[in-house]
Design a protein around this ligand. Structure first.
Ligand code: ATP
Ligand code: MG
Length: 573
């Protein structure tokens, strides 16, 4: 592998696409020009798989001084919508990338049509009046040649006239298609007279009802690349078998008067898809989850969509770091979500403001602390970032602490609150637990302790060794909050691969737990939605987009440690 020096000074080896691009540049192909495109179909929101393609398409263009355009692959009006167009633009920019131009496959409808007409005239395409089922039956198998359509040799004038009718609305959907006349015996099934145009009588989100005949993917993508000036058309591995057909149509196109610049040629290259454990990545399935209300919209924080991750509290940097870690190869793989979470923790550690929140509160009373006294203390925003500054927290006689941090009869290694034991209250004093109060059901209602006034953080005696440090918030200086705890959306590792069961049945019933009785420090009401936070000792959280200072809502982004394996949710493990 070739090595290059990255901007960061880190040595990094080139992936196979970068290597190929470098050798194209060396060979002077396309006069050294580099142009890519990111070609989403606007039929859903982008997911983290698309993020991998985005990092590649925009990344290599930037790295080699080229440009990357955003091209909406809008050749199927039935499933497409401007809502998706807008969300796609927002998500790409949030990921940190900027396109040079925005194009639509529909921009090329006229040129693609003209090319189809040209092929008909040359006897290289014909109108087939069989239905999809009949055509499929004649395809043959990889080892057995297909059967030629009875319409294959019809006069080109007839095909031309019918092709025009396909576009005027005179022909019903499915009644006829335009097929390229290539080779019904080709070992590559995509060459067996592929369908290149069909009738769709549904208004298009951009062109309205100007067109009734729409090109198929294989007849639109390469041509759009060509007309646009794309030099490297990078896509995922499932298109590898389409590449010969891509090249075939580009070659044919170059022979026509539509072609323009003679020396130029786009090159298709393929890398492996991103697949993630405990989720599904198909837009169709994600759309089902949204439509059937199994999640709360495309940006539900459990969704693998870019907007879902954003709402959940992921940073774009953490997603890019993960994509960098898994890399680009020629082999399909299932990527472990815990790797994504590790990248996330590493990133949020440097980014998140440290605050205190008590999710399962019980009252702690410092019996020897003067009533009515309040002390203001400094809390460092982020020890990993010297420029992050600090904010103030208030301390008083009555605090909220986590119920799990107290035990009346504790085992030896319980270094938290238990009668007779000292602990430190974070940023404040060392206290010694003196007991608790219970209600008639034995439920603990209050915990008692005494503080040592000489041990406030920063005082000489504050160095006294205690084994545990607990977080807390002051009862009269905190705010109530709702906290949403998210977990894996699916209960099994590879729900996308299950064929025998309905994927809805594989959903993790415990993927969302809402806690409504939490307390957070007051400071949090000053921060904006999406702020990155660490609830100390608990995990990384962010402020939900629906949160208001009157009703604070937080999302758990990820726990501080990977506990999935330990809790053993997965019966297969
Ligand atoms: P889906 O199968 O989820 O519907 P798609 O491939 O139809 O996705 P497009 O909108 O056509 O979605 O994809 C735009 C680009 O993103 C394509 O270049 C495609 O190869 C790439 N892409 C889609 N899914 C993934 C993935 N899981 N990993 C990497 N790249 C992907
Ligand atoms: Mg697609």
């Amino acid at each position: 592998m070739t090595d290059i020096k990255e901007e960061s000074g880190e040595k990094k080896s080139l992936n196979f696409i970068e290597q190929a691009i470098e050798s194209d540049i060396k060979e002077g192909k396309n006069a050294g020009k580099i142009q890519t495109r990111f070609p989403p179909e606007p039929n859903g929101y982008l997911h983290i798989g698309h993020a991998k393609a985005i990092c590649m398409d925009f990344g290599v263009a930037k790295k080699y001084g080229g440009i990357c355009n955003l091209r909406f692959d809008d050749t199927n009006p039935v499933k497409e919508d401007t809502e998706y167009v807008d969300s796609i633009m927002e998500d790409i920019q949030w990921m940190g990338f900027q396109w040079e131009n925005i194009y639509y496959a529909s921009d090329y409808f006229q040129q693609v049509w003209d090319f189809a007409v040209e092929l008909i005239k040359q006897g290289k395409a014909y109108i087939d009046e069989q239905n999809a089922e009949e055509i499929a039956k004649q395809k043959g198998t990889p080892t057995q040649a297909g059967t030629e359509s009875p319409y294959r040799n019809r006069p080109m004038e007839e095909s031309l006239a019918l092709f025009n009718k396909m576009n005027t609305g005179e022909i019903e959907e499915g009644a006829m298609v335009l097929r390229a006349k290539i080779d019904m015996a080709n070992p590559n099934m995509h060459f067996r007279d592929p369908i290149i145009y069909r009738v769709i009588k549904h208004p298009h989100h951009r062109t309205g009802d100007a067109w009734k005949a729409y090109p198929m993917y294989d007849f639109a993508h390469g041509q759009s690349d060509y007309f646009e000036g794309v030099t490297h058309s990078i896509c995922t591995l499932e298109f590898e078998v389409h590449r010969p057909l891509y090249d075939y149509f580009v070659n044919e196109l170059k022979e026509t008067s539509l072609a323009g610049e003679a020396g130029y040629r786009p090159r298709q290259m393929e890398f492996n898809r991103l697949n993630l454990t405990y989720t599904v990545m198909s837009k169709r399935k994600l759309l089902t989850l949204v439509k059937e209300g199994l999640v709360n919209g495309w940006d539900d924080p459990r969704m693998p969509t870019i907007c879902g991750y954003r709402r959940r509290g992921y940073s774009p940097e953490s997603i890019r770091k993960f994509i960098d870690m898994i890399g680009y190869t020629k082999y399909e793989a299932l990527n472990d979500v815990s790797l994504l979470e590790a990248a996330l923790r590493e990133d949020l550690n440097t980014r998140a403001t440290r605050v205190s929140a008590v999710l399962n509160p019980v009252k702690l009373i410092i019996t020897n602390y003067p009533e009515g006294q309040v002390e203001e203390m400094e809390a460092i925003n982020n020890p990993e970032d010297q420029n992050s500054g600090m904010h103030h927290i208030q301390f008083g006689r009555e605090l909220w602490m986590e119920r799990e941090d107290f035990m009346e009869d504790a085992p030896k290694k319980f270094f938290r609150m238990t009668p007779g034991q000292e602990v430190r209250l974070k940023n404040a004093y060392i206290v010694k637990c003196t007991g608790c109060k219970k209600d008639e059901n034995g439920e603990i209602t209050e915990v008692y302790c005494e503080y040592d006034p000489h041990t406030r953080s920063g005082m000489p005696e504050s160095n006294r060794k205690v084994k545990g440090t607990l977080h807390w918030v002051s009862c009269s200086h905190c705010l109530p909050a709702e906290v949403r705890l998210y977990d894996r959306l699916f209960k099994i590792e590879n729900p996308g691969a299950e064929v025998d069961s309905d994927f809805r049945e594989l959903l993790n019933p415990e993927s969302l737990k809402v806690l409504t009785n939490c307390y957070v420090e007051k400071y949090l009401s000053e921060l904006k939605p999406y702020s990155y936070l660490q609830f100390q000792r608990i995990g990384y959280f962010n402020i939900d987009k629906e949160s208001t200072p009157e009703k604070l809502i937080f999302n758990r982004t990820v726990g501080l440690k990977d506990t999935w394996g330990k809790i053993n949710h997965n019966p297969q493990k």
